[in-house]
Design a protein around this ligand. Structure first.
Ligand SMILES: Nc1ncnc2c1ncn2[C@@H]1O[C@H](COP(=O)(O)OP(=O)(O)OP(=O)(O)O)[C@@H](O)[C@H]1O
Ligand SMILES: [Mg+2]
Length: 284
């Protein structure tokens, strides 16, 4: 569990707080999305959960972040990394070796994974990302999206309990983005891994996450189950988040009186095209 209490952070030299008085809990087994426009504080929040803040970035830090009861202030990033795997927004900064296989091996050896388990971990991490054929490639020869998959594979191979991913689909094509989210969903459902993911694409979040944190200028303006978050359209819009297309559609239906009065406000909250289709069917 990650427990954040009255967390405020201001980067050294910055005028404004990057995060303001954030209090929230992420339970074991949750699948939580973080959304907010550029500069809202998504990366800063992720880095508070993996202890890069306060240990790597300097600034004014108030409040606390506890991971399974341990205050990140009292631990260090490498100890925590066994429990919390992080995929950074800046993928290049995370690559430490020259070859794909070496990159995955580096983390495994660093964390003392027994030799007899290593081959298995490498093979299954590559396989789950669908990049087995990249195993012997030089990292500098890969595309941005391929590098992103390698970093995710390297983190998965360590088998952390909690995964924190900061816009891991930024360099990926739509099909690969869906592939990553499906994989995360599988890890979450089958292995109980807690997933926290900063992501700008609202439709992907709607389809996959259980809860959503909405950040606006360092403030958490909403945190709740994805379906209930979507009923807070005003806060979402004020935070600069585009309404998912399916909701624009059902909202327009409401304006044009195409939704029977017996339907509640929540009934029109559809998370994907399939739900929208069955909602429209009920209306007609
Ligand atoms: N190293 C830093 N030093 C000073 N200020 C920073 C630093 N990193 C981020 N900030 C500031 O903190 C605020 C939050 O930035 P953050 O990177 O967390 O936003 P974000 O939501 O991740 O944005 P993006 O969608 O562009 O990745 C911004 O105002 C940003 O300018
Ligand atoms: Mg960011």
């Amino acid at each position: 569990m990650i427990e954040i209490q009255e967390l405020t952070f201001k980067y050294a030299g910055a005028k404004e707080n990057a995060l303001n008085n954030i209090t929230l809990k992420i339970e074991k087994g949750d699948f939580v999305g973080i959304i907010g426009e550029s500069g809202a504080g998504k990366t800063t929040l992720c880095n508070c959960m993996n202890a890069l803040i306060p240990h790597h970035y300097r600034g004014d830090y108030y409040g606390s972040v506890k991971v399974d009861g341990t205050d990140t202030f009292d631990t260090n990033t490498s100890t925590l990394a066994l429990k919390v795997g992080s995929v950074f927004q800046d993928i290049e900064s995370q690559l430490v070796t020259s070859f794909v296989e070496e990159e995955i091996l580096f983390g495994l050896e660093n964390f003392g994974v027994p030799q007899n388990e290593i081959e298995n971990r490498i093979t299954s991490a590559l396989d789950s990302l669908g990049i087995t054929e990249l195993r012997h490639r030089e990292l500098s020869s890969l595309s941005g999206g391929q590098k992103q998959k390698v970093v995710i594979a390297a983190i998965l191979a360590i088998e952390p309990d909690i995964l924190i991913l900061d816009e891991p689909t930024g360099e990926l094509d739509p099909a690969s983005s869906v592939q990553i989210f499906s994989l995360l969903k599988k890890l979450n459902e089958e292995k109980g891994i807690t997933v926290v993911i900063a992501e700008q694409k609202i439709m992907l979040l709607c389809e996959y996450v259980k809860k959503l944190i909405v950040l606006e200028k360092g403030n958490c303006v909403h945190y709740g189950e994805i379906r209930s978050t979507l009923t807070h359209q005003k806060e979402m819009e004020e935070a600069g988040i585009n309404c998912p297309r399916v909701l624009t559609l059902t909202g327009e239906m409401m304006k044009q009186n195409l939704i029977p009065s017996s339907f509640s406000k929540e009934d029109r909250i559809c998370l994907d095209a399939k739900e929208a289709a069955s909602f429209i069917k009920k209306c007609i």
